[in-house]
Design a protein around this ligand. Structure first.
Ligand code: GAP
Length: 599
């Protein structure tokens, strides 16, 4: 580790210098909370998205959709975001800077979940702890704390008659289209729909570079299930080991992590819902595969006051960077909240028909009021009285047991003879019923995953007497798969063969960087620093020996090199990149080049 830089500062500096990410629109002074991913970062991020798509869409047999990022206001009235998607804001009376009140409290006190506190309590805590503006030091005691809605508002088309919002989560694009997506799933549960795309939140205080931004990428899966019938394939992940931090442990004085397996966690109801357990297991394996350091990773259950307005239970995947835990994904049980709301607010059908195993005979209570009596008795209100009697029969058949029955119409009570209502209970054969599916939602932040991968991959060591810094990114996500070099740049034969190797590797689908500038040692260091897992060097020894022409492959993390026939290069790199073999396997199969050679 170098100097007094924190992990986050070092990461931001490396990210900018090596083209991972940097503040956007710098030419115009920038805008807080917006980042551009440079060539390395865009490639890393897109590889993370591809790996996620492969695991959570393709392997699960789910459907991927791509919905617009701007949606009309009624969507967010129904979803509850217009009313409930707020953070607590306190403004500095001196410099005018806005701050997230709960974050100020968490930064300056031992409290960890200030977000769940009522506004009055937050105001009191600011006063009790005499919190000051982080920008200018002014005292914030006595300042009012306001609810601030995080959605970016816009107008759809000219004028202001059709307000729209940039979506604060990709999920709503899936929920709103449920009536059509369910057709592709042949109206049969369970099924999952996924989406990878941008989400926008007008964060009060964006911070920690790409950890809290105003525009970011989410990868979300909405798993639609019949809560009474559908169960996940828990066996597939039952043995996966996880570190859990349940709400009860967080609240206990001597609370601790629970090291367990997914199967046990669900059996012992530490994780209350098997679907959440299933996705926690898959996520654990996926994060490990893409290179998250599992010693700096946990699943933490939300405390009751912390949950979003739609969630009945929620677990976060959290990674540790710089001593802080960052929420990188959430696993929420959303129940039927979203589909019920959209069903209620729109004219579309957000239910699924649940077919019974066998048709059932059911009793249906009904009325057939005698209008020749109701008409003269209730005049213009007779039609409404009839409708009220029908609704009451369905809702409360017992109300018709007496000689008269009362119904309310526009606040007035009307009494009708039960004989006149003609109440009866008839038997009917039905083959099923309409239900509103429940939703389990694994929701991943792609930017925070990228941040975690870079932080966890950073290492420094000594190679050939020199300190080097490197990123031990997994071959699954590394921006560049292979660096290819001629050992020296002034020998045409080496340069031509190296170019031919580049062409072969690119044709085979590898992302390749060619570099012939500077010493071979410097070229290796450059690739180490951006996390390229393998470097291939074309040297004279490989072209002049008795056997087939060969090249060296150098592994980034150990700097070991092996000599491999050029004809086998593509196949061998494929096996290590796919994880089918390790570099150790190749070391056993091929000649190990002496340390210091080609260095
Ligand atoms: N649909 C559920 C949902 O949006 P969330 O916990 O608000 O849940 C999901 O967001 C993930 O999106 C988080 O776990 C986090 O990784 C990422 N995320 C949320 N806000 C973010 C922000 N301002 N900047 C970067 N990533 C963010």
């Amino acid at each position: 580790m170098s100097g007094a830089q924190t992990e986050g500062e070092r990461l931001a500096e490396l990210a900018k210098r090596r083209g991972y990410f940097f503040g956007a629109s710098g030419a115009y002074g920038g805008a807080a909370g917006f980042y551009t991913f440079g060539p390395q970062g865009a490639a890393l991020k897109s590889n993370v998205e591809d790996a996620w798509r492969d695991r959570f869409t393709v392997q699960e047999g789910n459907f991927e959709v791509e919905a617009p990022t701007i949606m009309p206001e009624p969507v967010f009235e129904a979803s509850g975001h217009l009313d409930g998607f707020d953070d607590m804001l306190v403004e500095c009376p001196e410099c005018g800077e806005s701050h997230r009140a709960d974050h100020l409290i968490e930064d300056e006190t031992d409290l960890e979940d200030a977000e769940s506190l009522p506004i009055e309590e937050v105001e009191a805590l600011i006063a009790d702890h005499d919190l000051q503006c982080p920008n200018c030091g002014a005292h914030l005691a006595g300042e009012s704390v306001e609810s601030f809605n995080l959605m970016f508002e816009t107008n759809i088309g000219p004028g202001s008659s059709t307000p729209g919002y940039l979506r604060p989560e990709t999920a709503q694009g899936i929920f709103v289209e449920f009536p059509r997506i369910k057709e592709y799933a042949r109206n049969s549960l369970p099924f999952g729909a996924t989406q990878i795309g941008r989400a926008y939140r007008n964060e009060i205080s964006p911070r920690k570079s790409i950890v809290r931004t105003r525009e970011f990428t989410q990868a979300e899966l909405e798993q639609f299930v019949d809560p009474e019938r559908d169960e996940p394939e828990l066996d597939e992940v039952a043995d996966v080991e996880v570190t859990l931090y349940p709400a009860t442990e967080q609240q206990a004085d001597d609370g601790d992590y629970v090291e367990t397996t997914v199967g046990e966690a669900v059996d012992e109801e530490i994780i209350g819902d098997p679907w959440i357990g299933y996705f926690v297991g898959i996520a654990q394996e996926w994060y490990e595969r893409i290179g998250v350091d599992m010693d700096r990773f946990r699943f933490r259950q939300h405390l009751a006051g912390e949950r979003a307005h739609y969630a009945a239970d929620c677990w976060d995947a959290e990674s540790e960077v710089d001593g802080d835990w960052i929420e990188i994904a959430g696993f929420a049980y959303r129940g039927d909240y979203d589909l019920s709301k959209h069903g209620e607010y729109s004219d579309d059908d957000f239910t699924i028909f649940r077919q019974y195993d066998e048709p059932k005979t059911v009793e249906r209570a009904g009325v057939d009021p005698d209008m020749s009596v109701l008409g003269p008795e209730f005049g213009g209100a007779a039609g409404d009285v009839k409708a009220a009697l029908e609704a009451l029969a369905e809702r409360d058949p017992a109300a018709f047991e007496g000689e008269t029955v009362d119904v309310d119409v526009d606040g007035e009570t009307h009494t009708v003879d039960t004989d006149v209502a003609n109440f009866s209970v008839d038997e009917e054969r039905v083959s099923g019923e309409h239900i509103t599916p429940h939703v389990i939602e694994p929701s991943f932040g792609v930017d925070r995953t990228v941040y975690t991968l870079l932080a966890h991959a950073y290492g420094e060591d000594e190679v050939d007497g020199e300190t080097r810094s490197y990123l031990s990114l997994s071959p699954t996500v590394a921006p560049t798969d292979v660096g290819v070099f001629p050992l020296v740049s002034n020998v045409d034969e080496l340069v031509d063969r190296a170019q031919a190797v580049v062409d072969d590797l690119r044709a085979a689908g590898f992302s390749v960087v060619y570099d012939d500038s500077g010493s071979i040692g410097r070229r290796y260091r450059r690739q180490d620093e951006v996390g390229t897992p393998f470097c291939v060097t074309v040297d004279r020894d490989g072209l002049e020996g008795d056997g087939p022409d060969s090249v060296t492959i150098r592994e980034r993390d150990t700097a070991r090199q092996i000599r491999v026939p050029i004809d086998d290069l593509v196949a061998e790199l494929r096996t290590v990149e796919s994880g089918a073999r390790t570099f150790d396997d190749l070391v056993e199969a091929y000649e190990l080049v002496a340390p210091g050679a080609n260095a």
